[in-house]
Design a protein around this ligand. Structure first.
Ligand code: MG
Length: 383
């Protein structure tokens, strides 16, 4: 199917999702071709990716690093800055955009890609948290596919294959619980960056690993699910499942429940997003049930993990509240990573931002961008 080869741009190709995506693509050379790659500053890995995948062009967000790469290689177009991301989201030689950027920075390239009728494989969940209503409306308007790369949402999408939306009773998102599942609340103040970056099951980037430690990741995913599957927050439950084997479940109106299981390997949801609704072979480990011993489940402790109820609160408020929550979280997590903020203050700053920032009920893109920028300003004055 050479003529039907799809061209893929990966925004954030040097991160964990980007690297896994390239492994998936390398394994399906008859289906996919890489046309654009991007990084913020990681030009060493990008250079290796260019040698292996021969893209049409690359973007290095940081201008100095872009110049450094230009001095090393001459046979590929090198753009820089966030305009470069928007430019490749528009290109004719792009059919699918894998958005694995981190944070709110992923919103505008997603919008640009949708408006130019690209299908989106979305790992950048903050896009849907900040602008879910807007993005889902645009996906319909432009008739593109937006498929989640997040393992939980991929699981839900797989459970929903062949099902009618009206048959959904409940979405059950599973959460590993992160490294502090059994840490008492009074120890939260003293949690170090090193401890928080030590996730038990998944190897991921720093921002999402801290979000997993606070359970904000699950809060972001509740909001993501609300928009992706058009299900109200009251019908989205979170259950802790420390083994990360069931990636999420859907309960239907007749009481039947479907779950998607697999080893914790992001290549599975990445490949499914790229080939959806088809399923194709993927080499890798397989579950050996007797070796699992047991799978356990319990409800999250919402006193300890305040970020999770705050996400439900943001959804209930509506308007720009989720964008405010997301911006506050991004600033707080960055401050924690820079050792300027205690771990337990992350939730506190988000709560303050949610309650202090004015809410815009029917936000357009401009309101969302403003809410994000103003929240960042406010939160930076709070530590
Ligand atoms: Mg996830």
């Amino acid at each position: 199917m050479t003529s039907g080869k799809k061209n893929i741009a990966i925004l954030g190709s040097t991160g964990s999702i980007g690297q896994n995506s390239l492994q998936v693509i390398a394994n399906l050379p008859d289906r996919f071709r890489v046309t654009y790659l991007t990084t913020n500053t990681n030009i060493d890995i990008l250079e290796q990716q260019i040698e292996k995948f021969h893209p049409q062009g690359v973007v290095v967000l940081n201008k100095q690093y872009a110049d450094a790469l230009r001095s090393r290689i001459g046979d590929v177009k090198i753009l820089s800055g966030s305009d470069g991301l928007l430019e490749i989201a528009r290109r004719d030689d792009v059919d699918i955009v894998i958005n694995s950027l981190v944070g709110f920075a992923g919103l505008l390239p997603t919008i640009e890609a949708i408006q130019h009728r690209k299908d989106i494989a979305l790992a950048n969940k903050e896009t849907l948290v900040a602008g879910g209503e807007l993005i889902t409306a645009m996906v319909k308007e432009y008739g593109v596919k937006l498929v989640p790369i997040d393992s939980e949402h991929s699981a839900i999408q797989q459970c929903l294959a062949g099902e009618d939306r009206s048959a959904i009773a409940k979405i059950i998102l599973t959460a590993s619980g992160g490294p502090f599942l059994h840490t008492p609340l009074e120890k939260f103040r003293g949690i170090t960056v090193q401890e928080a970056l030590n996730h038990p099951n998944w190897k991921m980037g720093n921002k999402i690993t801290i979000d997993s430690a606070t359970l904000m990741n699950k809060g972001l995913e509740v909001i993501e699910a609300r928009w992706l599957f058009d299900v109200p927050a009251e019908q989205i439950d979170v259950v802790i499942h420390p083994q990360s084997i069931i990636h999420s479940m859907v309960e239907f109106v007749d009481g039947s429940i479907k779950a998607q299981l697999g080893l914790p390997d992001m290549k599975i949801p990445i490949q499914y997003a790229l080939t959806y609704p088809e399923r194709v072979p993927l080499p890798g480990g397989r579950i050996n049930f007797p070796q699992l011993h047991s799978m356990t489940f319990f409800y999250p402790d919402k006193e300890k993990f305040r970020c999770l109820p705050l996400a439900y609160e943001a959804l209930a408020i509506g308007g720009t509240a989720s964008a405010i929550m997301n911006a506050a979280n991004e600033v707080a997590v960055q401050a924690f990573l820079e050792r300027k903020l205690a771990f337990d203050k992350i939730a506190e700053l988000i709560e303050q931002a949610l309650h202090r920032m004015p809410n815009h009920r029917m936000p357009e893109l401009g309101h969302i961008i403003e809410a994000d920028a103003e929240t960042r300003k406010l939160v930076r004055t709070l530590f």
